[in-house]
Design a protein around this ligand. Structure first.
Ligand code: DGL
Length: 266
C-alpha cells in the first residue's frame, strides 16, 4: 500500500496549487492528478451536481489504485467530502478543515474572513469547520467569482485584479478581520494583490499549504509513507483536450506539464 500513488482531483487546473505543495512537502510520493476540465467550473454549479462529479472523479482515481485521495477543489471539498468518505475505503483529505484549523491558530481577534467560489460560500463549509474548532469566533465570507478567470488569464497582478479584490474584500475589512482564508484553488496566485489590499495586519491562509501538511501527517500516522522515493513525474489526466490545461497549468504548478492524457468519466 505505501508504494501506491496519492490521487489528487480538481475541477481543472486550480488544484495544481495543491499538487505543487504536495511535491514540495512530500517529494518522495508518487502523484496522480485529475482535472475535470470538460465540466469546469464547479464553483457555479449546484451541490448535487458537484457531488456527482466528485464521485466520478474519485472512482477514476480509485481505479488508478491510489492509496489516498486529496480533494483539491474547495467547492468539491465543501459539498462532497462526507459522501466521498462514506463511499470509498481509502483516506480522503479535503482542503476546508486544514485551512479552517490554521485560521484558528493564527487569528488573535477571532474575526476571520473567508473568500471562495459561490458554491463554497453558499455551503458555509468553512464557517462550520471554523466554528466547530472554536464556537466563540466570528466568520465573515464573500464569494469572489471573478478571481478564477483572472488567475487563469494570467492577470493575478493586473490592475483589474486589484480593483476586483478591492470590491470583494472591502466588506470583510469593515468587519475588522485579522485573518483571511483563501478558500479556492486559484487564490494563492492572487496572494500579492490580496495582501496589498488587506494590508500587513491581516494574515492570509493558503489552504493548499495547510492541506499538504495534513496529508504528510496522515501518511505518517497511517503508515502510508513511501519507503522508497519515487522518481516518477506526476501523471496528469484531464477530461477535455489538454492544450489549455498544459498552457495555463504551468503558472499554477510553477513547472512545465508533461504526461497529460485525456480520459472520460462517463
Ligand atoms: N477549483 C475550484 C475551487 O477551489 C475553483 C474553480 C471552479 O469553480 O471549478 O473551488
Amino acid at each position: 500500500m505505501p508504494e501506491r500513488a496519492i490521487g489528487v482531483f480538481d475541477s481543472g487546473v486550480g488544484g495544481l496549487t495543491v499538487l505543487r505543495e504536495l511535491r514540495r512537502q512530500i517529494p518522495a510520493e508518487d502523484l496522480v492528478y485529475l482535472g475535470d476540465t470538460a465540466r469546469v467550473p464547479y464553483g457555479t454549479k449546484s451541490a448535487p451536481t458537484v457531488c456527482r462529479y466528485a464521485g466520478e472523479a474519485a472512482r477514476f482515481l480509485i481505479d488508478q489504485q491510489v492509496k489516498l485521495i486529496v480533494v483539491a477543489c474547495n467547492t468539491a471539498s465543501a459539498v462532497a467530502l462526507e459522501q466521498l468518505a462514506e463511499n470509498f475505503q481509502v483516506p480522503i483529505v479535503g482542503v476546508i478543515v486544514p485551512g479552517a484549523r490554521r485560521a484558528l491558530e493564527v487569528s488573535h481577534s477571532g474575526r476571520i474572513g473567508v473568500i471562495g467560489t459561490e458554491g463554497t460560500v453558499r455551503s458555509r463549509a468553512y464557517e462550520r469547520a471554523i466554528l466547530n474548532g472554536n464556537p466563540n469566533v466570528s466568520v465573515f465570507a464573500a464569494a469572489c467569482p471573478l478571481f478564477v478567470p483572472l488567475a487563469e488569464e494570467g492577470w493575478a497582478d493586473h490592475e483589474v485584479a486589484r480593483m476586483a479584490a478591492h470590491e470583494y474584500v472591502r466588506p470583510l475589512l469593515e468587519h475588522d478581520i485579522d485573518t483571511l482564508v483563501l478558500g479556492c484553488t486559484h487564490y494563492p496566485l492572487l496572494k500579492r494583490t490580496l495582501q496589498n489590499i488587506v494590508g500587513d495586519s491581516v494574515v492570509l491562509i493558503d489552504s493548499a499549504e495547510e492541506t499538504a501538511k495534513t496529508v504528510a501527517a496522515l501518511l505518517q500516522q497511517e503508515g502510508l509513507r513511501r519507503q522508497v522515493s519515487s522518481t516518477a513525474e506526476p501523471r496528469y489526466f484531464v477530461t477535455d483536450i489538454p492544450d489549455r490545461f498544459k498552457q495555463v497549468g504551468g503558472a499554477f504548478l510553477g513547472d512545465s506539464l508533461d504526461n497529460v492524457a485525456t480520459i472520460s468519466l462517463d
